[in-house]
Design a protein around this ligand. Structure first.
Ligand code: NAD
Length: 294
């Protein structure tokens, strides 16, 4: 069994991003610029927020934080989101979730400029993503790949396992993780089964999987003895009980059967943040190219 840690791939990617950031700064005078909108002070998102800000600093990416008060109106928040979209000095925008209950997540997400949507959450971005059939063509298109799904695919590629024709099972169908991961696997020519909370016979389905991607947020949902021997297991699940972080897969028993398995924490997580930087740099490069081409 090989442990698929996120850190080595993350460090390699970060080196490339630092180079690309430097050359962008030479071409246009400024490094890539990420704007983060955080409404209120939801404690669950504070840790991730600090991690993102630090990661930007490490990569030489400028990051500005728009800290908005908890009681801000939706109209005012919309205005800020749209202003950042129109601001030529901003390359990427993140809207931190969860939002306070009086703000509509759909309305605010829809107001994000799709070409600056570095988390890949807007409908326009997702539509662009699902219209592409190959990973290479996604890179060349206007789409930005949601970061966790991208991290999952990168770890799969790190295994060197040939994917075409393999049976991949994705557990979780959210717009941000499960669905894009399933689409990217189909772009790699895997045969994909997408499971969710209403799926029956999860054990039978998973026991036939060459590749398992877990993104349900249910600790221990996927039993170790369901795992097919020699398979690849990528666990994106993160559940914290305040003391420890757990994935969706029963790690100790699954590791005895899998050929490759991600640890939680330390697998998908570290790479996800790096793919956020990746999308910011990519967005900056695309925008600069468009400006130069006039
Ligand atoms: P979500 O709650 O939006 O979606 C969960 C999905 O799991 C749903 O589609 C649901 O149908 C499915 N599901 C729930 N219970 C199930 C069950 N018993 N059997 C089968 N399917 C079931 O969550 P999300 O935003 O997609 O996140 C999923 C997990 O990934 C969470 O643990 C989250 O913390 C984690 N996550 C990790 C990263 C990372 O960087 N590693 C990033 C984002 C999310």
């Amino acid at each position: 069994m090989t442990l698929l840690k996120g850190k080595p791939a993350s460090e390699e990617l970060l080196l490339q991003l630092k180079r690309r950031t430097r050359s962008l700064a030479e071409v246009r005078g400024d490094p890539p610029h990420l704007a983060v909108i955080a409404v209120g002070g939801d404690p669950s998102s504070q840790i991730y927020l600090r991690r993102k800000l630090q990661a930007c600093k490490d990569a030489g990416i400028e990051c500005t934080l728009e800290s908005l008060p908890e009681n801000i109106t939706e109209a005012e928040t919309l205005r800020i989101v749209k202003n950042l979209g129109d601001d030529p000095a901003v390359d990427g925008i993140i809207l931190e979730l969860p939002l306070p209950p009086h703000l509509s997540e759909n309305a605010l997400t829809d107001a994000l400029a799709p070409e600056k949507d570095v988390e890949g959450v807007t409908r326009i971005n997702l539509g662009r993503l699902y219209c592409e059939k190959k990973l290479e063509s996604i890179e060349e298109s206007d789409a930005l790949i949601p970061c966790t799904a991208h991290a999952i695919i990168r770890l799969l590629r790190e295994t060197g396992v040939s994917v075409p024709g393999k049976h991949a099972v994705v557990v979780g169908r959210s717009n941000i993780v499960g669905k894009p991961a399933a689409h990217l696997l189909s772009c790699l020519d895997a045969t994909v089964t997408l499971c969710h909370s209403k799926s029956s016979d999860l054990d039978t389905i998973i026991s036939g999987a060459d590749i398992v991607v877990a993104a349900a947020g249910r600790p221990g949902l996927i039993r170790g003895n369901w795992i097919k021997r020699g398979s690849v297991v990528i666990d994106a699940g993160i559940t914290s009980d305040g003391r420890k972080i757990q994935g969706d897969v029963e790690f100790e028993s699954a590791r005895r059967r899998a050929a490759f398995i991600t640890p939680v924490p330390g697998g998908v997580g570290p790479l996800t943040v790096t793919y956020l930087l990746y999308n910011t740099v990519l967005s900056a490069e695309r925008r600069t190219k468009k400006t130069l081409e006039g």
